[in-house]
Design a protein around this ligand. Structure first.
Ligand code: PLP
Length: 405
C-alpha cells in the first residue's frame, strides 16, 4: 500500500534542498553576484575588490597572518600547504579520526613525504595525550608537521586543535600544526591564532557558501620560515608571490577566477554582516535541533548518531548509522521529497553491504531554522514511508530545541 502511494504521488517538485556536507547550498545573493559579464582583469573594480577579500578571509579564519587564494578545491589546499612547508623525505604525523585524513596523507605521499598515521577510529576525536606521547618520543624532532582534520566530514567528529598545540608546546616540539578546516570554517568555532595553528586550509564550497572552485591557505610566519627549506614547492603552489603580489595576476598565478571572486565577496559580506560569533551560534543551534530529532528517533529502532558525545560533534554535518537501510532512505528523500542527503563516505568500503548503512545530514553554510526543519521532516517522512521503526517526536523535539535557541 505504501509503495502504491509513493509511486502515485511525488512530493519532489518545488525548491530542491541539498543537505549534503558540501557543496552546500549557494545563497541567491552569491549566485546573483556571479551572474555578470566578464570583467577586465587588468584594471578597474575587480582589482580593488580582490584586495578587499584577504582581510575579510582572515577575519573568518581568525588570523592576523597571511591568506592566499588558489583556484582549486580542498585537495588543492592540501597540496598547497604541504608543498610550501616540506621537503621530500620529511616525516609528517597524522593523528586521524574518520577518513578525510587518509586523503591528506595520500597527497603528502605523492609529494614524497613520509607519513605516520595514528588512527583514533571513526566515532571519537583525536586523543591529544597520545599525540603528546608520540611527540615526546621524537627526541630528534624528525616530525616536521602534525596534520589534523578539525572536523572529519565522514564521521562528523570534531577534534581539538588547541589541545594539540598544548601538547606540542609541552613536548617542546617544533613541528608545525596544520589544520584542515574544509568542513568547519564558517560553521564551527575556529581560532587560528589563539589556538596556535600554524597553517589552516579550507575551500569555498562549504561554510563559505560559494560554488566549488576556490581553495584557501592561511599561514603564519613560522610556517613561512619552513617555506625557506621546502623543496616540494613549485611555481604554481608557491604561496609567497600570492601573498603580496607585485602585479595582480600573481595573486592567482594566471587569470583570476573572476566570477568566483564576486561570489566569494558576497558570501564574505553575508558572513560579516551576521558576525562570526553569530554565524557559529546559528550553526550550533541548528546542530542541536538535528541532534534533538535524532535522539528522539534513536529511542526505538536501528537509527543511531555516529558520535555519541555531543561535545565531539561537528556543527556542520551529522553522520547517522542506519544499518542496511541508509541508502534506501536517501533514495526515498531524493525521489519523493526533493531532498538530497549525504552518502556515508568513508565509514565502510563503497559498494560493500555495510556501506548502505549510513547517511549524513549537511547543515553547513546557508542554512536556517526552516531549512533544517525541512530536512528533518523529510527524514521522518522517509522513515515512516519505508516502515523503519523509530522513536516518536523527532520533529517536535527539534522545534523545541529551536524555540529555546
Ligand atoms: C570536503 C572536504 C575535503 C575535500 O575537499 P574537496 O573540495 O572535495 O577536494 C577535505 N577535507 C575535509 C574535512 C572536507 O570536508
Amino acid at each position: 500500500m505504501r509503495d502504491e502511494i509513493a509511486s502515485r504521488v511525488s512530493l519532489a517538485k518545488g525548491p530542491h534542498a541539498l543537505s549534503i556536507p558540501g557543496p552546500s547550498m549557494a545563497p541567491e545573493r552569491v549566485l546573483r553576484a556571479m551572474h555578470r559579464p566578464s570583467p577586465n582583469i587588468y584594471q578597474g573594480p575587480l582589482i580593488e575588490m580582490t584586495h578587499s577579500l584577504f582581510p575579510d578571509l582572515k577575519r573568518v579564519a581568525r588570523t592576523e597572518h597571511h591568506a592566499t587564494i588558489y583556484i582549486g578545491n580542498g585537495h588543492a589546499a592540501w597540496e598547497a600547504c604541504l608543498a610550501n612547508t616540506h621537503s621530500r623525505g620529511d616525516l609528517v604525523l597524522i593523528p586521524k579520526t574518520g577518513s578525510f585524513a587518509d586523503g591528506w596523507a595520500t597527497m603528502a605521499e605523492g609529494l614524497g613525504l613520509r607519513t605516520e598515521i595514528m588512527d583514533f577510529g571513526n566515532r571519537g576525536p583525536i586523543d591529544p595525550a597520545a599525540v603528546g606521547e608520540r611527540l615526546r618520543a621524537d627526541k630528534g624532532h624528525e616530525i616536521r608537521s602534525v596534520l589534523m582534520v578539525h572536523v572529519d566530514t565522514s564521521s562528523s567528529v570534531r577534534s581539538d586543535a588547541a589541545a594539540l598545540r598544548r601538547e606540542l608546546d609541552a613536548a617542546g616540539h617544533p613541528a608545525l600544526l596544520q589544520a584542515d578546516c574544509i568542513a568547519s570554517m564558517g560553521c564551527d568555532r575556529f581560532e587560528m591564532d589563539e589556538w596556535g595553528v600554524d597553517v589552516a586550509v579550507t575551500g569555498c564550497q562549504k561554510g563559505l557558501m560559494t560554488p566549488p572552485g576556490l581553495a584557501f591557505v592561511f599561514y603564519n610566519d613560522k610556517a613561512d620560515r619552513a617555506r625557506e627549506r621546502a623543496d616540494c614547492v613549485t611555481g604554481y603552489w608557491d604561496w609567497r608571490p600570492r601573498t603580496n603580489p607585485e602585479v595582480y595576476f600573481r595573486y592567482f598565478n594566471g587569470t583570476a577566477p573572476t566570477h568566483h571572486l564576486y561570489g566569494l565577496r558576497e558570501a564574505l559580506d553575508m558572513i560579516h554582516e551576521e558576525g562570526m560569533e553569530a554565524v557559529w551560534a546559528r550553526h550550533a543551534a541548528l546542530a542541536r535541533a538535528v541532534w534533538a530529532a535524532l535522539e528522539a528517533w534513536e529511542r526505538d529502532g536501528p537509527l543511531e548518531m555516529n558520535v555519541r558525545d555531543a561535545a565531539h560533534r561537528s556543527h556542520a554535518v551529522t553522520s547517522v548509522r542506519l544499518p542496511e537501510r541508509g541508502t534506501e532512505l536517501r533514495t526515498w528523500c531524493e525521489e519523493q521529497f526533493g531532498l538530497t542527503l549525504g552518502i556515508g563516505v568513508g565509514m565502510a568500503p563503497m559498494g560493500s553491504p555495510e556501506w548502505d548503512g549510513f547517511f549524513r545530514i549537511g547543515h553547513m553554510g546557508h542554512v536556517n531554522g526552516h531549512v533544517v526543519m525541512g530536512t528533518l521532516g523529510g527524514i521522518e517522512a522517509g522513515l515512516d514511508a519505508l516502515g523503519v521503526p523509530h522513536g516518536p517526536g523527532g520533529l517536535s523535539a527539534a522545534a523545541k530545541a529551536l524555540a529555546q535557541a
